[in-house]
Design a protein around this ligand. Structure first.
Ligand code: SAH
Length: 395
């Protein structure tokens, strides 16, 4: 059997069921495992700890498949894990809002490095670990057998793949990709560009937060920063916003946003779209004296890891300060960070600092997270990447 023996004391995180083994924790590797091979992980005193997928090219040298020494890591294992992920979503009635869903959420669904998103009858798979890469064909077969989708598409092109020693991959795995892929969410229709869109094409994680925005938009002038394909904008329009100005730097995203607006027959007269760098555009709006009642800040990941936290904190502070200054008294700031490297506490401090610098009193009225199809495994706090605050500036 191929084995990893840890240095003395380095078994502690595994005993708490944290699924990553960093290269620096390893004393020696036995049996020359190949990329993605299953290895037994043992403590320095010889105790069995876990079965894991090995990756000598990554700083995360192994990711745990199972804590049970008797487990066979084979097609049956993946069938069982995928079924468990689906069962959890069924038990929580997560499909009520429409036909889009994250079916498998990697480590938090006990399938490290594997993401599967569903958009109607199209599945998009993203592989970010050597182990999932090794079992890619088996996993694809299981998804085909379970869902019989029109298409399984692979979007294994996230930046983190390079850190795992893998080249990007993007293409059809099974079936045929329809000309247009659409997702229906709470009765709204969104086109999804699975080939070139962000992530797997759509931000399913913001579903619940978009719905909350709708309930608070009536009669308000809304500014949606980093709008992508118009998610928050369409909900705000349907919720009766007086006006919605949406900004993004991507012309492709804005083109799809325009199509989505038409698709839902929402009032185009209340919607304004702007291709712009938000950092500049917010300053311009400030200089023009524009004011809003509800501002959404949903920027891309500024800090992929904790190492980038300081630079990221400056970015969040900057847009928060500008955002708060653009709000009328009583205005609402919907404010997100999807950086795993910025914890909830630090994020709240950044927002507090921005309110202080703006010279306003403000209250948190909602603490927000990703939708329930993006669960967080308690033993894997890194899974809690998306946090949001709804802040109300005193009237
Ligand atoms: N809120 C969206 C998702 C936002 S994703 C939704 O619910 O669907 C982040 C978006 O920020 C992407 O569309 C990306 O194109 C855009 N972006 C990244 N940097 C930007 C910048 N400096 N200025 C404007 N948009 C930016």
């Amino acid at each position: 059997m191929k084995k990893i023996i840890l240095k003395a004391g380095k078994e502690k995180s595994l005993l708490r069921r944290h699924p990553w083994i960093f290269s620096g924790a390893i004393q020696r590797v036995e049996g020359a495992p190949d990329f993605g091979d299953t290895v037994q992980v043992h403590a320095a005193d010889g105790r069995f700890l876990a079965l894991a997928a090995h990756n000598s090219k990554s700083n995360i040298a192994a990711r745990v498949w199972s804590w049970d020494q008797k487990e066979q890591i084979d097609a049956g294992f993946f069938r069982k894990q995928i079924a468990a992920a689906i069962d959890a979503r069924t038990a929580l009635s997560l499909a009520q809002h429409g036909n889009g869903m994250r079916l498998v959420h990697a480590e938090s669904d006990r399938l490290p490095g594997l993401i599967v998103d569903r958009y109607g009858d199209v599945l998009v798979m993203q592989i970010g670990s050597a182990g999932a890469e090794r079992w890619r064909d088996v996993i694809t077969d299981i998804l085909q057998e379970q869902f019989k989708p029109a298409c399984i598409y692979e979007r294994s092109d996230s930046d983190s793949r390079e850190l795992e020693g893998m080249v990007p991959r993007n293409g059809v795995l099974r079936g045929m990709l329809p000309d247009t892929v659409e997702v229906i969410e709470n009765g709204l229709r969104f086109k999804v560009d699975v080939i070139e869109g962000q992530k797997t094409g759509f931000y399913l994680d913001q579903r619940g937060n978009r719905a909350l925005t709708e309930t608070m938009a009536a009669g308000r002038d809304v500014l949606n920063c980093f709008c992508y394909t118009g998610g928050f904008s369409l909900y705000a329009l349907r919720g009766g916003a007086k006006s919605v100005l949406s900004m993004d730097s991507s012309a492709d995203a804005l083109r799809i946003a325009g199509e989505n607006l038409a698709l839902n027959e929402l009032d185009a007269l209340r919607a304004e779209w702007m291709e712009a760098d938000v950092f500049h555009a917010l300053r311009k709006l400030r200089d023009q004296g524009r004011k809003f009642d509800l501002i959404i800040l949903d920027p891309p990941k500024f800090a992929p890891t904790a190492a980038f936290a300081e630079k990221a904190a400056r970015g969040y502070k900057d847009i928060n300060l500008l955002g708060i200054k653009l709000l009328r008294p009583g205005g609402l700031l919907f404010n997100y960070s999807c950086s795993a490297g910025i914890g909830a506490e630090l994020f709240q401090k950044i927002v507090a600092g921005a309110a202080l610098d703006a010279g306003v009193d403000a209250q948190i009225v909602h603490y927000l997270h990703a939708s329930a199809d993006h669960p967080v495994l308690l033993s894997f706090p890194e899974g809690e990447y998306l946090k949001g605050l709804v802040v109300r500036v005193a009237g």
